[in-house]
Write a new protein. Structure first.
Length: 159
């Protein structure tokens, strides 16, 4: 397969909850991790590979995460602006306002429920991927979007 690119309807649709962690779900998780690494990403949602299921993978500081049916259950009051890009939207990045930290609940591949408090870049990755699973792209939230053309960066628009 390959990464679904901006314009494909699956990127704008809320994904379906996973009812049971089957062998197929575990295979999709492996495929997500492989594609994320191959494309030098830090996170990848299932719908970015065309799967209509609520799961994402992420990596930060050498640690890998696979979270099924993730939900943000708590957030910081404080928000920060961070640069953000996406494998489904090549040659662009933007400034996006995100919570400084979040607590995410979801299932691991072994079926156990887990809560993870994430801050900094990991918090940003989790928020970005959960947005994907809800059919939201970072460019819908970005205050500024920049386009990369060769070795030049130009501002695309301002909100």
């Amino acid at each position: 397969m390959g990464i679904v690119i901006f314009g494909n309807k699956i990127l704008n649709s809320k994904t379906k909850e996973i009812k049971e962690i089957t062998k197929e779900i575990k295979e999709i998780a492996k495929e997500l991790k492989k594609e994320m690494i191959k494309n030098r990403g830090v996170g990848l949602a299932a719908n970015q590979l065309g799967y209509d299921i609520s799961m994402f993978v992420a990596q930060h500081k050498g640690k890998f995460y696979t979270i099924i049916n993730p939900k943000i259950i708590k957030t910081s009051k404080e928000k920060i602006f961070l640069e953000e890009a996406c494998l489904s939207i090549p040659n662009k990045f933007g400034l996006v306002e995100r919570y400084k930290w979040v607590v995410v609940s979801g299932k691991m591949l072994n079926g156990k429920e887990k809560k993870i408090k994430a801050s900094g870049i990991l918090s940003q990755i989790f928020q970005h991927e959960i947005d994907h699973l809800n059919g939201i792209l970072y460019i819908q939230k970005a205050k500024k979007i920049f386009e990369i053309e060769g070795d030049k960066i130009k501002e695309e628009n301002s909100k």
